[in-house]
Design a protein around this ligand. Structure first.
Ligand code: R2B
Ligand code: URA
Length: 306
């Protein structure tokens, strides 16, 4: 009864649920999470997923399997859950390792959007609370040494606006893409103790890898090298430090679901030096583990073994 305001605030945060906003979803009816091959009634979701506090996502199936294994090792989880794919479909993979759900999202906004909607519904049905999402990805850097990890402090579309544009019933719909700045600061603080460069800046979300990111090496190109460099310099001057293909949708969906989310990507090329990702496989793999190490360090700091 005599809780201080700050303590009340803490409690409020602890009780933060995933917000669904859809009057057509009826609480007693089953719900098919088609792309995971799961339904609300086919699995006891609160039992299987109720203790999820962290969602790790990223493009590829292999990387997310690796994230699951690293989390198991780091948290001392030895029940084999890091090798059990819970997805009954080959669209995505899904591992539930202690407090972490690891799911891949494929490439680009449409694939990410489908996955996030189904995960948000899954965790809502499972009555999870106080969940934090991380996109652990790769990106093209602007003026950064390849291998640098960027913690996004903003996600912007190709018009450099922090807005995700989606067409709904034929109407252009804009949704704010905001990121939790406290989470950004904490990740940067943890990052400063790790043995690789960690930077921050805006992340631009493109709908394509080639012309959509101003590359000169696609199958088609109608601009000059000079146009490209002028363009990426404009992006740099506006604060953009890396380019990828999911950030605005990720950020806007976190905002809509009222959950914290962070975007942590390794850069695998400096776009001022070239367009082709020409580094060897082993180096890419090494770079890809960096954002994963940073996010796992965050999870370790925030998870108390039950
Ligand atoms: C980064 O890497 C992928 C393209 O190679 C895409 O998913 C992204 O955002
Ligand atoms: N992913 C992208 O979307 N762009 C890059 O340049 C590298 C990875």
């Amino acid at each position: 009864a005599n809780l201080k305001e700050s303590e009340l605030k803490e409690l409020e945060i602890e009780e933060r649920c995933l917000r669904l906003s859809n009057p057509h979803l009826l609480p007693d009816e089953d719900d098919v999470l088609y792309h995971f091959g799961l339904t609300k009634h086919s699995t006891d979701l609160p039992v299987v997923f109720g203790d999820v506090r962290f969602v790790c996502t990223g493009g590829s199936v292999g990387r997310l399997a690796c994230v699951a294994q690293e989390i198991a090792t780091s948290l001392g989880i030895t029940d084999g859950s890091d090798r059990r794919n819970l997805c009954n479909s080959d669209r995505y993979c899904m591992y539930k390792v202690g407090p972490a759900l690891c799911v891949n999202h494929g490439m680009g906004v449409p694939s990410l959007s489908i996955m996030l909607i189904e995960v948000i519904k899954l965790l809502h049905h499972a009555r999870c609370k106080n969940v934090t999402f991380f996109r652990i990805g790769t990106s093209g850097g602007l003026g950064l040494e390849p291998g640098t990890v960027v913690v996004s402090n903003a996600a912007v579309n190709c018009e450099l606006k922090p807005i995700h544009v989606q067409y709904v019933l034929g109407q252009r719909t804009e949704r704010p893409a905001t990121l939790d700045q406290k989470l950004v600061q904490e990740l940067l603080e943890i990052g400063s103790t790790l043995p690789f460069p960690v930077a921050t800046g805006a992340t631009m979300c493109a709908d394509d890898f080639y012309e959509g990111q101003g590359r000169l090496d696609g199958a088609f190109c109608e601009y000059s090298m000079e146009d490209k460099f002028k363009y990426i310099q404009t992006l740099f001057d506006a604060g953009v430090r890396n380019i990828e293909m999911e950030s605005v949708c990720f950020a806007s969906m976190m905002t809509r679901a009222d959950v914290r989310g962070a975007i942590v990507c390794a850069t695998i090329v400096n776009r001022f030096d070239g367009d082709q990702v020409a580094i060897d496989k082993a180096t890419i793999k090494q770079f890809e583990t960096r954002p994963m190490d940073l996010v796992i360090a965050y999870i370790k700091r925030h998870w108390k073994k039950p």
